[in-house]
Design a protein around this ligand. Structure first.
Ligand code: SDX
Length: 430
């Protein structure tokens, strides 16, 4: 349609190009025709950190950053958090529809029967120092699973992909729990197939000498809700890594390990651990103004605030804040919450944050709940990686099934030297 496109005038050649719009975007390859002559490579786009670049079509997650909307496969996160279990949401995220009774029963059974780790994995974990960061152990152990399941490399086979999806969603809680137990020198606890996903995770974390672990149902439900909230978030940094590594047809275990590595950064999933360090550094409400001044001076960031997409309150943060109350009824109130609430109140009234549209994100309150549950801060990002594994796998599978996708290989703007000749070492530095 005539008005569904752009007319671009290249002033260098006085040529006008009609560029069609594709779902509100310009296909970058449509710009390649814009040249100054036959020798010219043609136009590319330049977008460091992909701030304004769509890399794929995706039907998994929708976010409206201005309105603070998050939906998985069209369902509002608020409804899913209230009405679903995490495995039900994981099925939705991976398969695109809420499961029927029989579909959910089979999905839960398959995942439950893939929670066990190959015994050699315990020796692998045993090689880490007692004080190794759990994320380093988690990332390495997930990658090591690729050596246990060489069949996973056959990524073009739907049945092979499905089996690896069962394996990864089933095993990440076991790996996470083993990294936790390793830090304390406790024996590893095997999965208990009688328990739900969250209850079994708690069993592998906290069971000691008792013959059968009895999970606190309120805490198990709170974990399930936290897992639902962290399941996917469209093309975030770690999802982009999962797609990029998966695009070379590497197996899903090493791709998931790479995604978890991206998540571990303090600007991404590592922020929840940094929030607790920040709250500890602030220490009390009366010291908040001084910290805010340091943030405004650009010396520190307000961890757990800000987002590339949300320019409004992260809907997940709102739900987590509400879930905190239910957890504290069991664990006792985490005093850090008072500092966090006051920090949020002050920040949301301060022009620096208002102008930059900085609001609490998913990481601002999650750590306060995790700490109240008994987790140490360096476990927090592992708790993020567990549920996000379903989202990473959904993104990975969607990428492999997309006929437009192929191995990811961006271009660059070269800023280095033109050709120059070799310099013998005796003449260098002259
Ligand atoms: C997650 O992408 C996802 O969806 C991620 C995630 C998911 O579910 O996968 O939602 C999970 O990673 C949440 C984000 C967790 N990270 C943090 O809480 C770390 C603190 N936040 C910032 O580092 C930052 O807000 C980012 C990284 C989250 C977003 O950064 P952007 O989009 O690149 O924004 P920016 O750095 O360009 O900031 C714009 C302005 C800058 O100020 P000016 O240069 O204009 O003066 O806002 C400032 C920034 O300095 N700013 C902050 C700030 N975040 C942005 N200033 C102080 N504290 C902050 N937290």
């Amino acid at each position: 349609m005539e008005n569904e496109g752009l007319s671009i005038v290249d002033k260098r050649t006085k040529t006008t190009y009609d560029i069609p719009l594709h779902k509100g975007t310009v296909r970058a390859m449509d710009l390649r025709q814009i040249k100054t002559g036959p020798e010219d490579f043609g136009l590319m786009t330049y977008d460091p950190a992909f701030v304004n670049t769509a890399s794929c079509h995706s039907a998994i997650t929708f976010i409206d950053g201005d309105k603070g909307i998050l939906r998985y496969r069209g369902y509002p996160i608020e409804q899913l958090a209230e009405k679903c279990t995490y495995l039900e949401v994981a099925y939705l995220v991976v398969h695109g529809e809420l499961p029927t009774v029989s579909q959910l029963k089979e999905w839960v059974s398959k995942i439950t029967h893939h929670t066990m780790l190959h015994e050699s994995t315990k020796n692998f974990l045993g090689g880490f120092r007692h004080d190794a960061h759990p994320m380093g152990m988690f990332i390495s152990t997930v990658a090591a699973l690729s050596t246990i399941y060489p069949d996973a490399r056959n990524v073009r086979d739907p049945g092979v992909r499905q089996l690896q999806i069962y394996r990864l969603i089933g095993k990440v809680p076991t790996i996470a729990a083993y990294t936790y137990r390793h830090g304390f020198g406790y024996p590893y606890i095997y999965p208990d197939n009688d328990l739900s996903y969250a209850e079994n995770f708690m069993n592998m974390l906290w069971r000691m000498a008792e013959p059968k672990y009895r999970a606190n149902t309120a805490l198990a439900r709170a974990l399930d809700i936290l897992f639902i909230l962290h399941a996917d978030h469209e093309q975030n940094c770690s999802a982009n890594v999962m797609r990029s590594v998966g695009s070379s047809q590497a197996d899903p275990f090493v791709a998931t390990a790479a995604a978890a590595a991206a998540l571990s950064g303090p600007l991404h999933g590592g922020a929840n651990e940094e929030v607790l360090k920040m709250l500890d550094e602030i220490g009390s409400k009366d010291r908040i103004p001084a910290y805010i001044e340091r943030v405004k001076a650009g010396r520190v960031k307000l961890m757990g605030f800000g987002h590339r997409v949300y320019k409004n309150y992260d809907p997940r943060a709102r739900i987590i804040r509400r879930a905190a109350g239910q957890v504290f009824e069991v664990t006792g109130r985490n005093p850090k919450l008072d500092i966090a609430l006051e920090l949020e109140r002050i920040a949301l009234e301060d022009e620096y944050f208002v102008k930059r549209r900085l609001y609490p994100n998913v990481d601002f309150y999650s750590g306060i709940i995790y700490q109240a549950m008994g987790f140490t801060p360096h476990m927090f990002t592992v708790l993020f990686a567990i549920p996000r594994t379903a989202g990473w796998l959904a993104q990975w599978q969607e990428m492999l099934q997309d006929p437009e996708q192929k191995i990811a290989r961006p271009r660059q703007i070269y800023t280095g030297y033109a050709q120059r000749d070799f310099v013998p070492i005796e003449k260098r530095g002259a």
